[in-house]
Ligand binder design. Structure first.
Ligand code: PMP
Ligand code: GLN
Length: 380
């Protein structure tokens, strides 16, 4: 009776591996979420707004106070003036923003370019809108983009390039030269850019996040998406946002209003207050996660895994050819069930996976959890 629109897609790997971890009582370093609490002052604001009765529909594009705080945050961070009223949309997580932005841009037959390993929501949204996805593998082991390959793939049907820095799952980050290459390629074309910047505050080793907000020419054709889930350790609140020029935002909101209509109300007021009262909070994140990365990598120094460089996000890639010749999906299952540490097999982020065998581990966990996981992984 029903013909699947996504016949090649099963349940997401994040759901599969978190369930496996829970079923087998394993330490869950698979799905990316922190095991620490949100800032106390923010939780207090949520309690305040829920009990004060802010529990009905929010405005479709977002609570005004929050849109204004988002606009001023973008100005402070990236020196870009953003109009709260017509260029900002608050969304239920970056996931909904990605889906709406892709749906806004892609008509049947349009082509989109994504870089593998790619976050798993991009391609299904392109497919559901009748688009064609071109995958370009990033170069191992630094996971840099080969811009000649991008130039070769672009044609007059290309409508979208999706970028993601800092990058999930690899932890690689863009330099200025990447932005310059992208800018040259899209100049004079009808190509839109979706810039997934959900890890914008988690960049290590004194590098700077290259935001499209800082590049006015690119920003004119871009939907820039971020998420409070990463910044405040609140992935379950489903709170993200999308910034784009007025004409692009207006088309985005045409779609968004029919997907989720609006985003949950008390959390929006709470985050608006918190952004106003503690605007510097995000400045701690990079050091906080760099400490986690260094701790985790230090603990794993004696292991037989080869640790790949991670310059941002809260993920660490580990190459395991010295340990096993199993496929990464099989090994991830095996380590979860037998040794009780769950990870994500990186091949699932590819259309054509390379021969390297890699697992992704999330280090957004307490030091004790990372120590317990490392003790196990060092035995493999
Ligand atoms: N993009 C990337 C690269 C992500 O890693 C994630 C989730 N971790 C998202 C988008 C979705 O973010 P959200 O939880 O706000 O929907
Ligand atoms: N983005 C998270 C990750 O990469 C998972 C998000 C989800 O489960 N939808 O692990």
């Amino acid at each position: 009776m029903l013909v699947s629109k996504l016949p090649d897609k099963g349940t997401t790997i994040f759901t599969v591996m978190s369930k496996l971890a829970s079923d087998h009582n394993a330490i869950n370093l698979s799905q990316g979420f922190p095991d620490f609490q949100a800032p106390a002052a923010l939780l207090e604001r949520v309690a305040h707004y829920t009990s004060a009765g802010f529990n009905q529909y929010a405005p479709m594009s977002g609570v005004q106070e929050l849109k204004e705080q988002i606009a001023s945050k973008v100005t402070d961070l990236y020196s870009r003036q953003v109009l709260a009223d017509s260029e900002v949309t608050v969304t239920p997580g970056a996931t909904e923003a990605l889906f709406c932005a892709i749906s806004t841009i892609i008509h049947p037959g349009d082509e989109a370019i994504i870089f593998d390993p790619a976050y798993d929501t991009y391609e299904p949204a392109i497919t559901l809108n009748g688009g064609v996805t071109h995958h370009i593998n990033m170069r191992y082991p630094e996971f840099k983009i080969d811009w000649d390959m991008v130039r070769d793939k672009v044609n007059n049907r290309t409508r979208l390039i999706i970028i993601n820095t800092p990058h999930n799952p690899t932890g690689s980050i863009w330099g200025e030269s990447d932005i310059e290459s992208l800018q040259k390629i899209v100049e004079g074309t009808q190509i839109c850019v979706i810039s997934d910047e959900v890890y914008e505050h988690i960049v290590f080793d004194a590098h700077t996040h290259q935001s499209i907000h800082s590049y006015p020419e690119l920003a004119k054709r871009s939907y820039i998406i971020s998420s409070f889930g990463k910044t405040y350790h609140t992935t379950g609140w489903r709170l993200g946002y999308c910034i784009a020029p007025q004409a692009l935002t207006s088309e985005f909101q045409r779609v968004h209003q029919f997907v989720n209509f609006s985003t949950n109300t008390p959390m929006q007021y709470a985050v608006a207050d918190f952004l106003r009262d503690c605007p510097e909070h995000h400045e701690e994140l990079a050091d906080f996660y760099q400490h986690k990365r260094d701790l985790f990598c230090g603990l794993l120094a004696p292991s037989r895994f080869k640790l790949l460089p991670s310059s941002g996000t809260f993920f660490q890639l580990m190459e395991y050819s010295a340990i096993s010749s199993m496929a990464d999906t099989d090994l991830a299952n095996h380590i979860t069930i037998k040794h009780k540490v769950a990870s994500i097999p990186v091949s699932i982020f590819y259309r054509d996976p390379p021969e390297q065998k890699i697992l992704r581990f999330c280090f957004a966990k307490s030091d004790q959890t990372l120590e317990a996981a490392a003790r196990i992984l060092n035995q493999l």
